[in-house]
Design a protein around this ligand. Structure first.
Ligand code: GRF
Length: 312
């Protein structure tokens, strides 16, 4: 992930300065510090350096301008800090740059949508709320129909969008494959690592499933394996849950395989079915749970994908 220039003060946590560098006469880098209200704990100091400046008295000598330390934090950032000399006892530390280690770098995702996009919004909001903690970045939003609220939402947040429409008049199986192939083309073009189906109604087929094997997640508005499969979408799911007299429902985030709603489950959230519930009232309760689940599910996918490659 790209390095970000910050140049902002951080507050060292008292008593945490690195003793070994202090022993050699350098200002000990704080092993814990607060930046933008969040505490970062240093797991190791990667390098220490200094920048020199020529003395102005013309003697040709130099003085140490800055002590720079590059550290790795317990939360996976690589940060460069330096001490700003103010001449007083309260010399301050500045965070110069930050980037994530490869093992923690966010996954670049495409979010696939067919409807209003409230799950997409939950992903956008979570990433905007805590940009430092987000484990994904939304590179593209793809819709399989025109005029969706989801695409409008993406546009409002400056996220690139594309359509993968079923060709007019094509029988459904071929149309699904055509949409899948277009999604594959768009995903490769945008160089995304994973696909997130957030209320996406096309069932994938063809090359895409193998090409993105283990890298596609779907959110389903029921507790799979119950109430999943063909025909189980939208209000049909909630109607079936009520007709079966279930006392609870919820949502499932799962990896997508060649079946329909059959891939390995990453996580579930449960909600009660309440007396007097209609499909609409149950759907609204489940949707709130979905908004938390989709963010946790994409973060879980990040951890799965990053665990596959060694940390740097
Ligand atoms: C959600 O209930 C999702 O689980 C289902 O479709 C709905 C999409 O809602 N597959 P939204 O478009 O994210 O608002």
């Amino acid at each position: 992930m790209a390095e970000r220039l910050v140049s902002e003060p951080v507050t060292a946590v008292p008593g945490t300065h690195n003793a070994s560098s202090m022993a050699s006469g350098e200002p000990g880098v704080p092993m814990a510090f607060v930046w933008r209200g969040r505490e970062y704990r240093v797991s190791r100091v990667l390098s220490s350096d200094k920048t020199l400046r020529p003395c102005r008295n013309g003697s040709g000598e130099s003085y140490v301008d800055k002590h720079l330390h590059t550290v790795e934090t317990e939360s996976g950032e690589i940060m460069t800090l330096y001490r700003k000399r103010t001449g007083s006892a309260s010399d301050s530390w500045i965070l110069y740059t930050t980037r994530m280690t490869k093992a923690r770098a966010p996954i670049r995702i495409a979010v696939l949508v067919s409807g209003g996009g409230s799950n997409l919004q939950a992903l956008i909001d979570a990433a905007e709320r805590d940009r430092e903690a987000a484990r994904y970045e939304i590179a593209l939003v793809v819709a399989d129909r025109e005029g969706t609220g989801a695409v409008e939402r993406a546009g409002r947040h400056g996220i690139p969008t594309a359509l993968a429409l079923p060709p007019a008049g094509m029988p459904r199986p071929q149309a699904r494959e055509a949409v899948s192939n277009e999604v594959l083309r768009l995903a490769r073009q945008a160089d995304v690592e994973a696909l997130v189906l957030a209320g996406f109604l096309t069932i994938f087929s063809g090359e895409l499933i193998d090409a993105f094997s283990g890298r596609i997640v779907n959110i389903h508005p029921a507790l799979l394996p119950k109430f999943g499969g063909k025909g189980m979408w939208g209000h049909h799911v909630h109607e079936a849950v009520l007709a079966a007299g279930e006392s609870e429902s919820g949502c499932t985030v799962h990896l997508v395989d060649a079946g329909c709603d059959t891939g390995p489950v990453l996580l579930q959230k449960r909600v009660p079915v309440l007396p007097g519930d209609t499909a609409d009232s149950l759907a609204a309760r489940v949707l709130l749970a979905e908004h938390r689940a989709i963010v946790e599910g994409v973060n879980a996918l990040h951890d799965l994908l990053r665990a596959e490659r060694p940390a740097d």
